[in-house]
Design a protein around this ligand. Sequence first.
Ligand code: AMP
Length: 465
Amino acid sequence: MKTWREECAVIGIWNHEEASRLAYLGLFAMQHRGQESAGVVSLHENHHIHHKGLGLVGDVFSEPDLIRLKGAAAVGHARYSTTGQNLLTNAQPITAQLLNGPLAVAHNGNLINAHELREKLQKEGSIFQGTNDTEVLMHLLSRHPSNDLIKALQDSVVQLEGAFSFVVMSHDRLVAIRDPYGFRPLVLGKKKNAAGEWAYVLASETCAFDLIGAQFVREIEPGEIFWVDQQGEHQLMMDRKVSRKARCIFEHVYFARPDSVVFGHSVYESRKSFGRYLAKENKVEADIVVPVPDSGVPAAIGYSLESGIPFELGIIRNHYVGRTFIQPQQSIRSFGVKIKLNPQSAVLQGKRVIVIDDSLVRGTTSNKIIGLIRAAGAKEVHMRIAAPPTINPCYYGVDTPHKSQLIASHQSVEEIRKFIDADSLTYLSLEGLFAAMKAKSDSFCAACFDGNYPTPLHGLDRISP
Ligand code: AMP
């Protein structure tokens, strides 16, 4: 049995003459959510036209591809998968020809009970193309007796457990669905088309709207099924009640782009506020505050403002290297830190340095960075993490390593301090994290930090990756 974990971006466009180009640009803005494959499906005269490929959005699509993706509606996806699953068959949107016509599905999140549903469907004769969990939805829809896609979706999505923000396109409508916990973001925007009518845009993050010039309208609500067709927009709520909301706090800690507004909060402001609380919770004498770029920058600004200690770019990032974490093997990742981040002695020499990062997962990055900062002449290095210790894997769509590789799950803060070779190490407290966001803890999922998983795990916690 395998686990399926997805970090992804989804986008949908309706009623715009350049739908596939807008989808492409939206995916480009959300490239940080997934770098392994990208795809766009357009709707032209009741038929779907597809283009998918492995790699970055900018490499997967050429001008002739976008010209071929004709039509006034489109759905797109960018995917990051875990090791061993980088297959074109898993690239999305996934597509099928159902009795009622073509269907394309783009999914962000992770279905906790996909393996059970999949096994049941396979025993009953369903043939799966790849190993991703999204195909389960396609099979549930294909077997549904109703001709009405919305009815079929309503009955199918209530069987799914876990995190899902779906954008679905048929021959006559574009649908958005968000699980009742609201784990992953999904937002609705509007933009005028050439005829002066409103075009609809759905996206994982608002940074996609900024690039394509769409206005933010609202979030798709947790548990909402929203669709747009020739008659206009429609909305209903899934027939599934849950006891709490569980928006992913890690979107604010690390995953989302800082220029996005996620779950109604500016990600940049959240991160700055995490830094302020970090400074409030633990004081240390130092000369400069230095972020680990880019993910530690907003928190370091907040820390510097709160503590009055000057902010300095003591580590310079090479922007032509991808996120180090993306490299699948430990050896490559360690090497990656060196090629990506360069501490500069002109800033660090003889200084007492506070280094700020957004999170500490395996500890490899901090260990390497501190070694390089010391080599650049720093007198003291105080590591500050703008999130609580990561002690549990995520089963809802953020790719975190197995518990055994999460350093804080089996080592104390003092042991981690020694491992990363810092003069001191502190993390933001859980209370500080929520206070910084001015949010109630039961409206967010912080299972990676507190182990409080909002859903049953269906045995996923017993599977080794
Ligand atoms: P490490 O402690 O070496 O495993 O890596 C920690 C760094 O990885 C942090 O600086 C984060 O910016 C980044 N990071 C944390 N979680 C993730 C994730 N799920 N995917 C990609 N990068 C991450």
